[in-house]
Design a protein around this ligand. Sequence first.
Ligand code: CMX
Length: 430
Amino acid sequence: MSLLHDKLAKIIPPLREETRNLVKANASLVISEVTVAQAFGGMRGVKGLVCDTSLVEPDKGLIIRGYPILDIQDRLPEDIFWLLVAGELPTEEESADLRKDLAERKGVPQYVWDVLHAMPEDSHPMCMFDTAILAMERESEFRRRYSEGMKKTEYWEPMLEDSLNLIAKLPEIAAGVYRIRYKKGDRNASNPGLDMGADYVAMLGIGDRTGEFANLMRLYLTLHSDHEGGNVSANTCHTVGSALSDAYYAVSAGLNGLAGPLHGLANQECLKFVLSLQEKFGGVPSDEALKEFAWETLNSGQVIPGYGHAVLRVPDPRYVAFREFGLRVCGDDPVFQIVDKLFNVVPGVLKEHGKAKNPWPNVDAGSGSLLYHFGLREFDYYTVLFSVSRALGMLSQLIVNRALGTAITRPKSVTTDWVKAQTEKAQAGA
Ligand code: CMX
């Protein structure tokens, strides 16, 4: 058994006990209420879910198990997975053990490649990636053990198995999607001696003379790993998993949500926006020209991609981390320069426009320009990178939820007539 398994086996029973007692002692304590605006507005701000892997503070951004993301941005993505699921950063020995375990699980079944090759040539890379994960569902240890009649308290163990198998294989699938979809030639085999970020870059086959692309990939995988439990992808994964659907079903479903332009697809939209600026102005535009373009975008009824957030009310610290990386590695790259200039201009325009509650950049505003710099220029592929990373968070949440025996999700929906009746009652009582 791996050190991660042993660690979880130790911490789960007391955690389960603590959670059970907390609920029992406070079952009817009210922690949130729902307004009409929230019921019609995506349940924004309603506290009806528990997620301990990470927290997004409006004024601070992502905090993973108590660590602000900027404090742990240099850790390997594998270490972040350990932190997400076990609640503590791994020791050197634990980190090495996890990487060894993942290395032994590398290798994607041939039928997955057959499925991907059979898809239409113009399939979206996200559709290919999600399909590949779903196609692998027959590998699920959770489904096998469940059909054999495992005890509830054991659910987390095959969920951990499925999670580790998926994490080990996702970079290879993602790199395979890249090479198949964009006709880059043969796939490159996974190297068990490389960490997740370096192996992914090597399998993409774009080249990395300086080693900075591998550094960017590690940073990318770390920064995107989790963003609490209520966002579309995490919430979808959680809901599907709550029916005891296995990790292959649940993660594939969550990633289908990440493929939406208001969520993970925004990073492709972002770079498209930046490149259109470069083309229109034949280089890096002036602040004045950028301002005008931003207004044109808003006036034509479109959003400015990479700006705004459902929860954050400050510049996303993950954007800050990418910006610092860009300034260090490619400050003279015109595409990066446009991204940086947008940061000077867009928040002011959005504030003046007065609609967006958060005028600041989110994680998607800057990452694309860095990938572009290193030669990964097929921007409709960018959400696949996001997905490899976000799977770390979704899988951690699934393991924790199976460990705690979290109930099947079933909020109550109401009809518009019911809401109208409540408003009439409230008016009558006023
Ligand atoms: N450009 C223009 N208008 C924006 C805006 C932006 N970047 N961000 C928000 N708004 C608008 C909204 O569309 C909304 O308009 P309506 O009232 O006409 O519907 C209004 O401002 C209020 O929205 P909000 O409460 O500030 O934001 P939401 O919580 O509804 O939505 C988000 C959040 C991210 C979907 C939104 O800011 C947006 O569309 N941003 C651009 C796309 C983007 O960058 N998405 C990536 C988010 C990160 C991720 O989840 O992966």
